[in-house]
Design a binder for this molecule. Structure first.
Ligand SMILES: *Cc1c(COP(=O)(O)O)cnc(C)c1O
Length: 402
């Protein structure tokens, strides 16, 4: 038997007919940028999360960069985040000219350890970016309390956690602003790159809308006024169609980006959004199956925390013999992945920040032990049993000797 870590082909086969016809519709419509699909997808996404504004962008990294820009974060500012994440979380902080400041993670959840945040706050700190890593919500109650006490923004990196819940509320609706990625391998992925920013704050939403299209047009002017605390009203223009020719497009008010989701991706995401709850449910069931049936004493299984709905972007096991376990499973045609082999504070590019080995002991410990096994929704019972049996048969000593 052969089990890939992620099987996008299996998902495509299930929705192929609808997906193909939607894509062809867009092709023949010749309406490729900022049309009805994007508008509808944004509305449907906002309603799925129960949030006021959803603004699509080109990818999850841009979502983080634009979110920070919309809050006025930049040069000289510090942003506290986790070292146990995809690089992009920290990279986006650097991209706006701010400095990432890392707080170590919790050993059970891989999420930022809320007891380590306050000691990192300085006069320059502007925001906290919790990452709902692997699909499990961070401890948002405490993070929001810390932010309130210290007058900081909270930007949720929800790229791995669409549909996850924290005390019954979907992640992405808890902080000031939140970011999602539709990279193909995420729980909700498109056929290329895509991202989304959500917020309940209408002013922040206006600035985000301006930033994604070069700071131009009516939103650009509104954003300029908001960012500069100008209260003058803006004259409304009737012509809102900016697809082919809109003169307002050529009036720029702030420095922004070209970061849009295109119509084809939006159409694909609209089809897939209908299935996200079902897919997440299947991931959760697969996780429950593993947690019940993996009984090898040398393996540490993921911990679920109460009042949090985990959507298992990844199912992460731990072993003292991680690399041996990975090659043992590979020999049996079971693919695995290491998330993440180098915690962000020890990445070479961040040498200048002055962190050294031992500064984030928990993140470093986990980075040597974690292994993701296949958890995708389309896994068959046979595949799951095959994986469970292989892991249960893994013998530390025998494999350690060879
Ligand atoms: C995927 C991911 C991102 C970046 O998303 P892209 O769409 O690949 O730019 C950011 N943060 C986390 C935690 C991610 O998993």
């Amino acid at each position: 038997m052969n089990v890939p870590l992620i099987d996008l082909k299996a998902q495509y086969e299930n929705i192929k007919i609808e997906l193909n016809s939607r894509v062809l519709d867009i092709l023949s419509s010749v309406n490729y940028i900022m049309g009805g699909q994007v508008e509808s997808f944004e509305r449907e996404f906002a309603s799925y999360l129960d949030v006021k504004n959803a603004i699509s962008v080109a990818n999850g990294t841009d979502a983080l960069v634009i979110a920070m820009k919309s809050l006025g974060i930049g040069e000289g500012d510090e942003v506290i985040t986790t070292p146990y994440t995809f690089f992009s979380t920290a990279e986006s902080i650097s991209a706006v000219g701010a400095t990432p400041v890392f707080a170590d993670v919790d050993r059970d959840t891989f999420n930022i350890d809320v007891r380590k945040i306050e000691e990192k706050i300085t006069k320059r700190t502007r925001a906290i970016i919790p990452v709902h890593i692997f699909g499990q919500p961070a401890d948002m109650n405490e993070i929001l309390n810390i932010a309130r006490r210290n007058n900081l923004f909270v930007i949720e990196d929800a790229c791995q956690a669409i549909g996850a819940e924290h005390y019954g509320k979907k992640v992405g609706t808890l902080g000031d602003i939140a970011c999602f990625s539709f990279f193909p391998t995420k729980n909700l992925g498109c056929a290329g790159d895509g991202g989304m920013i959500v917020t309940n704050d209408d002013n922040i939403a206006t600035i985000v809308k301006a930033l994604r299209v070069h700071g131009s047009g009516e939103n650009g002017e509104k954003a300029y006024n908001l960012l500069n605390h100008i209260e003058e009203p803006i004259l409304q223009e009737k012509n809102n169609d900016n697809t082919i020719y809109n003169p307002l497009k050529y009036y720029n008010f702030i420095i922004g980006f070209n970061s849009r989701l295109d119509e084809i991706q939006a159409a694909i995401l609209r089809v897939k959004l209908k299935s996200i709850d079902m897919w997440n449910e299947k991931r959760t069931k697969n996780a429950a199956f593993y947690s019940e049936n993996i009984i090898n004493k040398s393996i540490v299984k993921p911990v679920e925390v109460s009042h949090k709905k985990h959507v298992y972007h990844m199912y992460i096991i731990q072993s003292d013999y991680r690399d041996k376990l990975a090659s043992y499973l590979k020999e049996r045609n079971i693919a695995t992945g290491i998330y993440y082999p180098v915690p962000v504070h020890l990445q070479k590019v961040y040498h200048n920040l002055g962190y050294k080995e031992g500064d984030m002991p928990v993140a470093e410990y986990l980075s040597r032990r974690t292994l993701a096994i296949p958890i995708y929704p389309e896994l068959s019972v046979e595949q799951k049993l095959y994986i469970v049996n292989a892991i249960n048969d893994f013998e530390v000593n025998k494999n350690n000797e060879k």
